[in-house]
Design a protein around this ligand. Structure first.
Ligand code: ATP
Ligand code: MG
Length: 298
C-alpha cells in the first residue's frame, strides 16, 4: 500500500493507518515491533552465521553485551523467529533448533541445570544431585539436538562467589565441548568482565557490544525510522538537533528508553490532537504519567 501524499513522512504500510481512529493507532503504537537499526541487524546476522557454522571441536561462541535496555534480548527474539520449535513426526520428538535459557541469579551448577531442565520441560523433583541433573540435561540435549544454546542474563554470574563463578564458567566450556554447538551469552558489561576473567572463555567468546546511542548519524537515523512507524498525521521532525538532544538526554542513550519515550509522546500527541511529537511532551521525559494525566488518557 502506498502512503497518501499527506502522510509522506510515514512508512508506506503505516501511512494507511494514519487515517484510522485514535484507539486503533494507539494499539499499533504500543505493539511490540522490531526496528532493524544497523547494529541490531549486524547482531542478528552474526547469530545467523554462527548457527550455520559446521560442527567442530572448538565452536565459535558469542557474547552480546551492553547496558540494560539496549536491545540484546530483542536481537535474539528477532533471530529466533527464523528458527521456530518444531515436532519431528517420524522421530516422534520435539525439535528446538535454538534453545534459550537464563543464567540463574546466584549461579551454581545445580541451579544452571535446573533452569535448563525447566526450559526443556523436563520433570524434576528438586532433590537430584548434580551428576544426575547433568546426566538428564545432556541426554535431553542430545535427543533434542539444538543447533545453538543462548544464555541470557549472564551478568547474574557476578552475583555468585568467585568459586561459583569459576565453576559456572567451566560449565559453559564443558557444554560447548560436549554439544559442539555455538553458545551465545547475553549480558551487561559485568558479564564481559566476568567472562574475560577466564582466559579460555575469553578466547572462545567473541564480544559484540551494543553501545549507548550518541548524537550521531546512526542515532538520527534511528529516530527517523521510528518516526516513520508512529502513525501520527503530521511530521514531528525528530531528526532536528533540538529533538535529538532532548531525546538523547532523557533516554540516556538507551534504546528501550528511546522507544518508551517516543511511544508515550506519540500516544499523547494523538490524545491531545496535536498529531505530532512536541518537544514539551519529551521534556516530561520518562516520568510515569500522573494520576490526572492517566485519567485524561482513558
Ligand atoms: N531492535 C529493536 N526494535 C524495537 N525495539 C527495540 C529494539 N531493541 C530494543 N528495543 C526496545 O528496547 C526494550 C529493551 O530491549 P531488550 O529487552 O532487548 O534489552 P536488553 O538489552 O535485553 O536489556 P536487559 O539487559 O535489561 O535484559 C525493548 O522492550 C524494546 O522496547
Ligand atoms: Mg534482556
Amino acid at each position: 500500500m502506498n502512503a497518501t501524499p499527506a502522510f509522506a513522512h510515514l512508512d508506506s504500510e503505516v501511512g494507511g493507518l494514519a487515517a484510522q481512529p485514535a484507539a486503533e493507532r494507539i494499539r499499533f503504537i504500543r505493539a511490540d515491533r522490531w526496528i532493524g537499526f544497523p547494529r541490531a541487524e549486524l547482531g542478528v546476522n552474526l547469530l545467523r552465521g554462527l548457527i550455520d557454522h559446521p560442527s567442530c571441536a572448538r565452536m565459535p561462541c558469542l557474547l552480546i553485551h551492553g547496558d540494560s535496555g539496549m536491545g540484546k534480548t530483542k536481537i535474539v527474539e528477532r533471530f529466533r523467529r527464523d528458527f521456530p520449535d518444531d515436532f519431528d513426526i517420524q522421530a516422534g520428538r520435539a525439535q528446538r533448533p535454538v534453545l534459550i535459557m537464563e543464567m540463574p541469579p546466584g549461579p551454581s551448577e545445580q541451579r544452571f541445570y535446573r533452569q535448563m531442565l525447566a526450559v526443556l520441560n523436563a520433570p524434576q523433583h528438586g532433590y537430584e544431585r548434580l551428576d544426575v541433573l547433568e546426566q538428564i540435561a545432556l541426554r535431553l540435549l542430545h535427543a533434542i539436538n539444538p543447533r545453538m544454546l543462548i544464555i541470557d542474563e549472564v551478568h547474574n554470574l557476578v552475583a555468585g562467589t568467585p568459586r561459583e563463578q569459576r565453576r559456572t564458567l567451566n560449565l559453559l566450556k564443558f557444554l560447548a565441548n560436549q554439544l559442539r554447538i555455538p553458545l551465545v551469552c547475553l549480558g551487561t558489561d559485568d558479564a564481559l568482565r566476568a567472562m574475560q576473567s577466564d582466559p579460555q572463555i575469553a578466547s572462545r567468546f567473541e564480544p559484540f557490544h551494543l553501545p549507548r546511542w550518541r548524537a550521531d548519524v546512526a542515532f538520527r537515523s534511528l529516530l527517523a525510522t521510528l518516526e516513520t512507524v508512529l502513525p501520527l498525521r503530521k511530521p514531528s521532525n525528530l531528526e532536528q538537533k533540538s529533538m535529538v538532544e532532548c531525546i538523547l538526554g532523557h533516554s540516556r542513550g538507551i534504546t528501550g528508553n528511546v522507544v518508551r519515550l517516543l511511544t508515550r509522546a506519540a500516544v499523547e500527541a494523538i490524545l491531545n490532537g496535536q498529531e505530532r511529537i512536541e518537544a514539551t511532551a519529551l521534556e516530561r521525559g520518562l516520568q510515569p504519567p500522573s494520576i490526572e494525566r492517566k485519567h485524561s488518557m482513558l
